[in-house]
Design a protein around this ligand. Structure first.
Ligand code: HEM
Length: 125
């Protein structure tokens, strides 16, 4: 079972000597990753000791980056400090993705219908 670490404990690790952060209710020690981070050490230092779920998701990190996360995980927040962000973030996102791709198809179909309409009109006149 993952070690339980409180937000209060995470907050103490907020300098380049020790950088911990929370992402989706799990705690990560990224001290050794600072210099390797493709987004630079500054972006990690900015959120050191904090919940970095929002900034992490805003960047739109790749599947590789998410895979890398597991390497730095040191624990998880206690149940009383966990937020429901995991569910809300991802469900909303996938919903939006689905509806935006539906919209894309609807626009394509409409454009196709217009082109066929124009072609037919020309052909029949
Ligand atoms: C342990 C946590 C993190 C890991 C393992 C990680 C990993 C990575 C990786 C592998 C990339 C290369 C691009 C990609 O594969 O998506 C990247 C880019 C980047 N990351 Fe992170 N990252 C972490 C946390 C963060 C946080 C908390 C922030 C912001 C506060 C951040 C900001 C960025 C930025 C700005 C880039 C550059 C994007 C670009 O130039 O396209 N990262 N990160």
């Amino acid at each position: 079972m993952a070690k339980v670490i409180t937000l209060g404990e995470v907050k103490k690790h907020n300098s380049d000597k020790s950088v911990w952060m929370v992402i989706h209710n799990d705690v990560y020690d990224v001290t050794s990753f600072l210099e390797e981070h493709p987004g630079g050490p500054e972006s990690l230092l900015e959120v050191a000791g904090e919940d970095a779920t929002g900034p992490f998701e805003d960047v739109g990190h790749s599947a590789d980056a998410r895979e890398l996360l597991t390497k730095y995980k040191i624990g998880t927040l206690p149940p009383s400090e966990r937020t429901k962000d995991v569910e809300s973030c991802c469900r909303v996102k996938s919903k939006w993705k689905k509806s935006s791709s539906n919209l894309k198809w609807a626009i394509l179909a409409l454009a196709g219908a217009v082109v066929i309409g124009i072609a037919l009109k020309k052909y029949l006149s």
